[in-house]
Design a protein around this ligand. Structure first.
Ligand SMILES: [Zn+2]
Ligand SMILES: [Zn+2]
Length: 557
């Protein structure tokens, strides 16, 4: 029908790198049918104490779940499929993903308590299949994990290409390179809109190939005199493969450390991605080989405190110790926010005399995202009418939009999570705002930020807590000395006076200063004591603790 609309609504991943969740809607008003592409998480940084992960708020989608026709996953990175276990039980729509992604999801389920059984429909790269009013086609791209896909979404209102994460690597080493012919054919068919990765849109040129990294790593490993440790992302199978083969070529035994890496290698092996890689050993073998005959692969490149690498750097790993003259290669990038923890590990290693090599010393890592010349190439093949930059922070999105405009793309739309863009009928534009935001994964719960207690937790971390309990008679007299508990405060002030005494004196003064009539009202007393205690501690210490006052009024019989 001519009046049917095709809309695009990102709930995550636009204005940030992480928690990707894109919605495409076809139809009119309440009868619109929805397709979700990707359902990812972000990792929480130090400024959210206790938060294990950040997920998109899906209230908008939950209200429309009856019209959700499917969830299609582009690839198995956590920022694209890490929220499936959390959200699928509430959505229960058909889920589509490639064999590697399905294998990794199944392996993850095995190690996550209470993870739901998600009936995945496995899609081979190149497959074309109907989902509600849409027809999807998985198109092989290159990235930093096996089987990354762009998804072509055909609808009666036009064809959209959702790029997923991609680059133009002609030699990705594992899996198929980006399918240029298919992309060109789609361009001929006519692409209404390209929804495209912006991660590296501020970088000129073309990314180096995974094969260039392999060559560099091979040279460094062959020339290493003693033990070699290589740390990288668990799912980067091409990289793990490269390092394992380089180690074996150099006459070293290869040891793999960490559950996530074993899991990813297991899945890759089943799908035939590890052909030609020799035996891989477990970590307890590490100590039994001479220093120049061993190589260890492990996660922990982001400074994760519980990962093996952090423990090795601190000298408290059960099976692995390094010594002067050994070498650690960070075959990874530093994800913004992790600089401090990564630096701490690298410094601890250098203190042990270990030689540390990072991507600023040599080509030991390459990004999986397109630089500007690769973006230009994709525009040339696909010739979209509309371009919407996604998968980036504000600066990446903006530079991507400017590049697309300067390359002559007719309609370029910059938007953020929670905006609804109409792609058809023409002209494309942002037509409304929807409910969007983020959720915190905190222990066993998923919480809205304002109901999560995280703001208080952050205050606790720098100013502590004071709790005061008072027992009052109905006439306002205290029936006992105030009970005071303090957490996280210094014990004494600058002149050696204990904070407990300071608080006791403050309570006594404020109660004396309250007229008897007002002292009978527990609410008034509570607020007066709270403000006085908080104010006095702030005057002495210079910081305001979280202050709680509990009052029980004891009735005479
Ligand atoms: Zn990715
Ligand atoms: Zn991504």
């Amino acid at each position: 029908m001519a009046s049917d609309q095709l809309v695009f609504v990102p709930l995550g991943g636009v204005g940030e790198i992480g928690m990707n969740l894109a919605l495409y809607g076809f139809g009119k008003g309440r009868n619109r049918q929805w397709l979700a592409i990707d359902m990812g998480v972000s990792f929480a940084k130090d400024d959210l104490p206790g938060v294990d992960g950040i997920l998109p708020d899906i209230d908008f989608l939950l209200e429309r779940k009856r019209n959700l026709v499917g969830i299609a996953i582009t690839h198995a990175h956590e920022d694209h499929f890490g929220a499936l276990f959390d959200f699928w039980p509430e959505l229960e729509a058909p889920v589509f993903m490639s064999p590697f992604a399905a294998g990794l999801l199944a392996a993850k389920k095995g190690s996550e308590n209470g993870a739901p059984d998600i009936p995945v429909q496995v899609v081979q790269q190149g497959d074309r299949f109907p989902v509600g009013p849409f027809e999807l086609e998985y198109i092989p791209m290159s990235h930093s994990i096996p089987e990354p896909n762009a998804i072509a979404i055909r609808s009666p209102a036009g064809l959209v290409l959702h790029s997923g994460d991609w680059k133009l690597d002609p030699t990705p080493l594992v899996g198929k390179p980006t399918d240029a012919d298919r992309l060109k054919a789609l361009g001929e068919e006519g692409i209404l809109a390209l929804i495209c990765d912006s991660t590296n849109a501020i970088r000129d040129g073309v990314s180096p190939s995974e094969a260039d990294v392999a060559q560099e790593l091979e040279g460094i490993i062959a020339g290493s005199p003693n033990r070699v440790v290589v740390t990288t992302f668990a799912s980067n199978i091409a990289r793990l493969r490269t390092v394992a083969i380089a180690g074996q070529k150099a006459g070293r035994e290869v040891v793999v450390i960490g559950r996530a890496m074993h899991r990813a290698l297991g899945v890759a092996d089943e799908l035939g991605y590890l052909k030609g890689v020799g035996p891989i050993r477990d970590q307890d073998a590490f100590g039994s080989f001479p220093r120049d005959r061993v190589l260890a692969l492990m996660t922990g490149s982001q400074g994760e405190p519980r990962a093996a690498l952090a423990r090795i750097a601190n000298g408290d790993h059960r099976d692995i110790a390094l010594s002067s003259g050994d070498r650690v290669i960070f075959s990874s990038r530093t994800i913004p926010g992790n600089e401090r923890s990564i630096n701490a590990i690298q410094n601890a290693l250098v203190d042990q005399g270990v030689d540390v090599i990072t991507d600023s010393d040599a080509l030991v890592h390459v990004s999986g995202h397109p630089r500007r010349d690769e973006l230009r190439q994709l525009y040339g093949w696909t010739k979209p009418q509309i371009l919407i930059p996604v998968h980036g922070e504000a600066r990446h999105l903006h530079e991507h939009a400017r590049l697309a405009q300067s390359e002559g793309i007719a309609e370029v739309i910059e938007l953020r999570n929670g905006k609804m863009a109409r792609l058809a009928p023409s002209p494309a534009s942002v037509i409304s705002d929807v409910n969007a935001g983020r959720l915190y994964r905190d222990g066993n719960l998923l919480l809205h930020p304002d109901a999560s207690g995280v703001t208080d937790r952050r205050r606790l971390s720098f100013a502590g807590v004071v709790t005061v309990a008072l027992a009052m008679a109905t006439d306002g007299d205290l029936l006992d000395d105030p009970q005071i508990a303090i957490f996280g405060l210094p014990t004494v002030d600058g002149s050696g006076r204990p904070f407990l005494t300071i608080i006791e004196d403050t309570i006594e003064n404020v109660l004396e200063s309250l007229p008897r009539g007002r002292r009978k009202d527990p609410g008034t007393v509570r607020e007066a004591v709270r403000r006085a205690v908080r104010g006095e501690v702030a005057a002495v210490w210079g910081k305001k603790p979280i202050t709680g006052v509990l009052i029980s009024v004891i009735e005479d019989e």
